[in-house]
Design a protein around this ligand. Structure first.
Ligand SMILES: Nc1nc2c(ncn2[C@@H]2O[C@H](COP(=O)(O)OP(=O)(O)OP(=O)(O)O)[C@@H](O)[C@H]2O)c(=O)[nH]1
Ligand SMILES: [Mg+2]
Length: 396
């Protein structure tokens, strides 16, 4: 599963990306700083089962800080989209192409309204952030629409009135966009187009289908960024539109993570506080910067929001759960003696056998049964995993 960061230029996508990956990609206060998409590793945060079990863990595939498990996920920083991008404007289709692989999107919006629709700084006016949201949605919709429309008639002829075949062929065309048959079926149902013959779909019908497809296959969480410069009203206005939005301060999160990396402060991503280290020297400038973050972000908004956005994307929009596979169900260890070594993210509804395949295809092939490490009970291959399950897989 992959997250894509999208938005018009200059909203703070690369800052968000850097904050959550702590990599140093190019950042600057002018549009089109990002030319190539950069992929990085971010972390979602969940309360670790080590606390409940009262054991000290030694993670391998993830990190545990203060009983908080940080699980790695892939994130892509995509360059800014401008109005007309779907028709090739700006850096156009290239960037839309980078969105193909994403399973979930974080739309970074300049909540302060201090930049225009192409990311240029506004000095004497303010842009309504809702206009940025509809702009990006429109570009995404037009982009998918054009892809569908191009082959619609031909697919219609080939499938000769057989809807199942039509959906089959259409999903082939859209597989590169991480859109599958299931997405298409649900979208046709949700839009009430199920009774209509596909060859009779009007352009409006197709657009209705596209909008639904986009929502289902690429769900969006809006990061209302630059809250240090924004008003709560702007945030509430977006909430009232029914969209999912979380206020963020990417720059503040980046500052906190860097200070924490340098040992100046102790800070767990997502927390509403930090503590200044006694042992490390701190300059007056650093101290001021940290105090500004506390005053304008943490005290006012409680968190920088960056961690909340990542968690929302995975746990809410993608509906993922956390599973801890172990090899020794009595000691909760792997063979090397690491306690609670791995935390896996799986789609809610996944079975024990699917977990086995996720660990290794061979383990999946040779799956016999699973064991619930808490109760030591045997679980069958179709057992539906629950969040925070600790599971041993037994294979031949
Ligand atoms: N005040 C404030 N400024 C921010 C915040 N996040 C980012 N910025 C600033 O916004 C400007 C643009 O940030 P980038 O991260 O380069 O923006 P981008 O969306 O990646 O821009 P493009 O790559 O051109 O599309 C920089 O000057 C950042 O320092 C924030 O939370 N608050
Ligand atoms: Mg950028």
């Amino acid at each position: 599963m992959k997250i894509g960061l999208i938005g018009k230029p200059n909203t703070g996508k690369s800052t968000f990306f850097n904050a959550c990956t702590l990599l140093n990609v190019n950042m600057a206060n002018y549009p089109f700083t990002t030319i190539e998409p950069s992929t990085g590793v971010a972390y979602v945060k969940t309360s670790c089962v080590c606390k409940e079990l009262e054991i000290e863990d030694s993670p391998v595939n993830s990190i545990c800080i203060n009983n908080q498990r940080l699980i790695p996920v892939k994130i892509v920083d995509i360059a800014g989209l401008v109005p007309g991008a779907s028709k090739g404007r700006g850096l156009g289709n290239k960037f839309l192409d980078d969105i193909r692989q994403a399973d979930v999107l974080i739309h970074v919006v300049d909540l302060s309204g201090k930049t225009d629709e192409e990311g240029r700084i506004l000095t004497d006016s303010k842009r309504n952030p809702i206009d940025d949201i509809t702009m990006i949605e429109t570009e995404l919709d037009n982009w998918i629409y054009d892809i569908i429309d191009k082959d619609w008639d031909q697919i219609g002829r080939t499938s000769t009135g057989d809807k199942k075949k039509f959906i089959d062929l259409l999903s082939d065309k859209l597989s590169g966009l991480s859109i599958n048959q299931n997405h298409i079926n649900i979208s046709i149902k949700n839009t009430g187009l199920v009774t209509k013959n596909v060859t009779e779909f009007s352009n409006d019908d197709k657009m209705k289908l596209v909008k639904e497809l986009r929502k289902i296959s690429k769900p969006i969480i809006i990061a209302g960024n630059k809250i240090d410069l924004a008003e709560i009203d702007d945030y509430e206005d977006i909430m009232k539109t029914g969209r999912e939005i979380i206020p963020t301060a990417s720059e503040a999160e980046l500052l906190l993570r860097r200070a924490s990396e340098n040992g100046i402060i102790q800070y767990v991503p997502g927390n509403n506080h930090y503590t200044i280290s006694e042992s490390k020297e701190i300059t007056k400038q650093q101290k001021n910067a940290l105090e500004t973050v506390k005053k304008h972000v943490l005290d006012k908004w409680d968190t920088t929001g960056v961690q909340l956005v990542l968690n929302f994307a995975f746990f809410d929009l993608l509906d993922m759960i956390t599973i801890y596979p172990v090899e020794d169900e009595n000691k909760y260890m792997n063979k090397k003696g690491n306690t609670l070594p791995d935390a896996y993210l799986l789609k809610n509804g996944s079975t024990a056998k699917e977990l086995a395949f996720k660990i290794h295809s061979e383990i999946g092939d040779k799956f016999l049964y699973a064991v619930d490490a808490r109760t030591k009970k045997r679980l069958s291959n179709d057992y539906v995993l629950k969040n925070n399950d600790i599971i041993k897989i037994v294979s031949t």
